[in-house]
Ligand binder design. Structure first.
Ligand code: SF4
Length: 264
């Protein structure tokens, strides 16, 4: 992976999430390179070959952060803060240490278990939260769609360790790929370790765009019998697949009294 440096780019940006005003992406680009990722279409570099880091992230962040009141900053909005190069470049770790020093907190979304490295910092923050997202029950299917991410088991184990350390935890089952993702089974595995779980379906707007073309190529090659029903469901939120899944999840939520938020 080629890691280049970008300069003169604002690091703290507005965040569209409820109750969080600002977000930081420690990396520009994401070497996880999930084939369904909507952001690939607007990527500034080819994420399979090159991502970027901010030049002197601590100095610049320090300047920007002094202009806002201490609060929770979201990390993981456009790119994964714990993508593999974080083990070496520590952009996320450095940002977290600065947040802690300045009385800020972080809410993190990742697909990696590298986040457990930073438990020591996270547990000192007043309000830190970490969520992991998972989409695949078995790793052979996962590797087809997101070859550079961690095993599902490792992500769940990371949640377990974070919760044990007293850090607030959450999970996203995302994206649910119709007929491939068994959301109920994943929720079953996640529930003991996540205080809240969100479920999102695979969202692709443009049937003729690159995002669907890439996903369909994988489906046609590895799941030829399912490609047509998956396509039908992806482009129709009224499809019976979603109706049944919503019913099953509503029953699961009720039976198990889960903090489950379904957005299908
Ligand atoms: S981890 Fe998230 S940001 Fe990174 S490629 Fe995958 S979906 Fe995109």
């Amino acid at each position: 992976m080629n890691v280049s440096v970008c300069t003169h780019r604002k690091i703290i940006l507005p965040c569209g999430l409820k109750d969080i005003d600002y977000q930081v992406d420690p990396y520009v680009g994401c070497e996880h390179y999930c084939h369904y990722c909507y952001a690939l279409a607007t990527a500034e570099t080819d994420w399979s070959k090159e991502i970027q880091i901010h030049n002197h992230i601590v100095d610049q962040l320090s300047e920007e952060i002094d202009k806002i009141a201490p609060q929770t900053i979201y990390m993981g909005y456009h790119t994964d803060p714990y993508q593999p190069c974080e083990a070496e470049y520590r952009q996320t770790r450095n940002a977290l240490e600065l947040f802690l020093k300045k009385g800020f907190s972080a809410s993190i979304l990742t697909k990696s278990d590298l986040v457990v490295r930073d438990i020591d910092v996270l547990k000192k923050m007043k309000n830190a939260a970490v969520s992991v997202s998972v989409a695949f029950n078995d790793n052979s299917t996962r590797r087809l769609f997101e070859a550079a991410t961690m095993d599902t088991e490792k992500r769940i184990e990371a949640l377990r360790r974070l919760k044990q350390a007293g850090v607030r935890t959450g999970a996203l089952v995302c994206p649910v790929i119709p007929y491939l993702t068994d959301a109920v089974e994943l929720i079953d595995r996640l529930a003991p370790h996540a205080e809240v779980i969100w479920v999102y379906g695979l969202a692709i707007d443009d049937r003729w765009g690159q995002q669907w073309a890439t996903v369909k190529k994988i489906l046609s090659r590895h799941f030829p019998d399912l490609t047509e029903p998956i396509e039908t469901a992806v482009f129709s939120k009224q499809d019976r697949y979603w109706t049944r899944l919503k019913e099953n999840l509503a029953a699961l939520k009720n039976d198990r009294q889960l903090n489950l938020n379904v957005h299908l």
